[in-house]
Design a protein around this ligand. Sequence first.
Ligand SMILES: Nc1ncnc2c1ncn2[C@@H]1O[C@H](COP(=O)(O)OP(=O)(O)OP(=O)(O)O)[C@@H](O)[C@H]1O
Ligand SMILES: [Mg+2]
Length: 276
Amino acid sequence: MEEIQSQPSSVEPELVALDPDGVRPPHVMESAALDLSFGAKKILSDVSIGFERGTITALIGPTGSGKSTFLRTLNRMNDKVASFRHGGDVLLDGESIWSPQRDLLSLRRRVGMLFQRPNPFPMSIRDNVVAGVRAHGIAKGKEQLNVVAEERLRQVGLWDAVKDRLNDSPYRLSGGQQQLLCLARALAVGPDVLLLDEPTSALDPLSTEAVESMLRTMTPALSLIIVTHNLGQAHRIADQTMFFYDGRLVEYGPTQQIFENPQQPDTERYVKGLMG
Ligand SMILES: Nc1ncnc2c1ncn2[C@@H]1O[C@H](COP(=O)(O)OP(=O)(O)OP(=O)(O)O)[C@@H](O)[C@H]1O
Ligand SMILES: [Mg+2]
């Protein structure tokens, strides 16, 4: 458990020192006075938060509290919803995700996403892994693509299970294996941030454990932001936890503090299972 995080706006010298090239801000992403709404309906107000580079942040809160809306905003997934409006800003490495200089494809390459239900594409297992790599022109030619596919399938622990069926449809894999395949696909394009919206809620306990331990191995190379209803999961894997309720970010801090010594009565009620 990381002990050095505190308030969202704080800049910790230790984190700056960990930064290899010394120029990137310690927060990989930041939301600044962010307001989110759909039409006249306000979903979240004034969310200011910094996501520590190379750590796992869990987003928790009751159903309808805006967790998915917030998460999907971070790689502009809500932009295609006609009624969606935002105020404030979201920064990636200090630059607005809505800046005219940023193109959406490259944003999505740097900020990947894994959904609640595995969504393999209707193509072979191998082609699934390299779909993004191909689209972005990161690797070309059968040999290079095969290397990427093997590397990423090994990384998520799926290689042995699928190495003899790389040309088969992914839909015959188990749900857990399909989710690992989608994880391999998301990792293949080399994102800096991975957004995960309840990635294990459709999985059995064993597959959940496999995905959780996989996620832990991904930091500090990657920064993970994960929505979960599974409070045990947040407690087990997250360095920081954010609690959303009643249209706002109620509390943010080191996971241990949020679960064991929350500062706000609503947070305490929620983490103790006493809320609705
Ligand atoms: N595309 C949309 N158009 C209009 N309203 C929406 C849209 N998406 C979400 N909402 C509304 O925004 C609010 C927050 O929804 P959101 O899905 O972000 O909550 P959540 O915290 O992820 O909930 P859950 O835990 O159930 O997944 C809800 O009232 C929901 O109805
Ligand atoms: Mg949700």
